[in-house]
Design a protein around this ligand. Structure first.
Ligand code: SAM
Ligand code: ZN
Length: 358
């Protein structure tokens, strides 16, 4: 059985004491209120929703979920904007990658920026203890109601962000950052975006046990779609993600007044980033069609011809010629839309050397 997780003060790391309606630090006096059973370490005013879901809409869905089955509320909602997310939220296949890791059932998992809890819930069916961390109140409320209805009693839900994690170092076997790494530079605007990502990756590594694994799901900077002009998936501007960063800053400043922050990388760029953050090895898989709906996972160690049927399809003659040339050069595999990656915190006992792979 996995040991109970002791929450600690995010500032001084001493165990928190449970009092009526709150957790408090005996050393610095920090108090985290417990709201509807959820400890709150960060009361962020920020809202963040899936595309098309306003804060008011999210609140309305949550109000109804207090008395109605969440599957009915979301799956049969009168607004198509809400209904379209039913598959996204209920999709258990989003954690298909976990079978590649062979972690024991007794593992403890941390899902950072858990969103609407799709992966936390799916992971809770595979591992004994899951901790879901999210800073947006509406998203935490959604998860709380859903986890309760689905009797996911092995999920601990906490409202906080990556800067205020109430855990002792070395607490987790697996940490999940799905669609989160690219957004982290917005939380450290004082840093260059890559330095902000490095900072948070180093932080995540500290919360992993020796031999633990960080999972990252994210888009590919060199995705074929973006190279030929599809809008950047995070800021909606064309080419901004693929041009050199200084030019991206100019383009972004002109449109938004702020520099370009949601940095993506090539497969080699991610690997370099993880190694620089202190991880000892990485494994990279193309997630097809995307990391949010990974129906096919192909290791980048495999030859490009195995990717041919899966990555971009086009009837355009030029595009087909480019693809065929890239396949002959064994390069097609580097132009898919998204990756899922594992970054290892040293080798786990008995699993061999995880440092291979692209
Ligand atoms: C694109 S959503 C991904 C949600 C979820 N992981 C999924 O895959 O469905 C990004 C999430 O990251 C969270 N996030 C952004 N910055 C964060 C930070 N500094 N600390 C913790 N979470 C953060 C947001 O609140 C949001 O829920
Ligand atoms: Zn303290």
């Amino acid at each position: 059985m996995t040991e109970t997780l002791q929450l600690v003060c995010p500032a001084c790391r001493v165990p928190l004491r449970r009092e009526q309606g709150s957790l408090s630090c005996p050393s610095c006096g920090l108090v985290a209120p417990i709201e509807d059973g959820v400890p709150v370490f960060v009361d962020s005013p920020e809202y963040w929703g899936e595309v098309g879901i306003s804060r008011e809409r999210a609140q309305e869905v949550n109000r109804r979920m207090a008395t109605e089955d969440w599957r009915t509320v979301v799956g049969q909602h009168e607004a198509a904007d809400v209904r379209q997310y039913f598959r996204f939220v209920s999709n258990m296949d989003r954690i298909g990658w976990h079978t590649l890791l062979s972690l024991p059932r007794t593992s403890r998992v941390l899902d950072i920026g858990a969103g609407l809890g799709t992966m936390s819930y799916a992971l809770s069916r595979c591992y004994d203890q899951v901790v879901a961390v999210e800073r947006v109140r509406e998203r935490v409320d959604f998860m709380r109601l859903r986890f309760r209805q689905d009797r996911a009693e092995n999920i601990t839900l906490i409202r906080t962000d990556m800067d205020t994690l109430p855990f002792a170092e070395g607490s987790f076997d697996l940490i999940v950052l799905n669609g989160v790494l690219e957004w982290l530079p917005f939380s450290r605007k004082d840093l260059n975006p890559r330095d902000a990502q490095l900072h948070y990756l180093r932080l995540a590594r500290r919360y992993l046990k020796p031999g633990g694994v960080l999972y990252v799901g994210i888009e590919n900077r060199l995705s074929y779609a973006q190279l030929i002009g599809a809008p950047d998936p995070h800021v909606g501007m064309r080419f901004v993600g693929v041009v050199p960063r200084p030019l991206a800053d100019v383009m972004s400043r002109r449109r938004t007044g702020d520099r370009y922050r949601p940095y993506l990388y090539s497969a080699a760029g991610y690997r370099k980033l993880f190694l620089e953050a202190g991880f000892t090895g990485t494994e990279t898989f193309a997630a097809i069609p995307s990391y949010t709906d990974p129906r096919v996972l192909l290791s980048l160690d495999r030859p490009s011809r195995e990717f041919e049927a899966h990555v971009w399809q086009s009837s355009n003659v030029l595009s087909r010629m480019v693809k065929s040339a890239l396949t002959r050069l064994d390069l097609t595999k580097y132009f898919g839309y998204a990756y899922i990656m594992f970054a290892h915190n040293g080798a786990a006992a008995g699993t061999g050397d995880p440092s291979s792979g692209g």
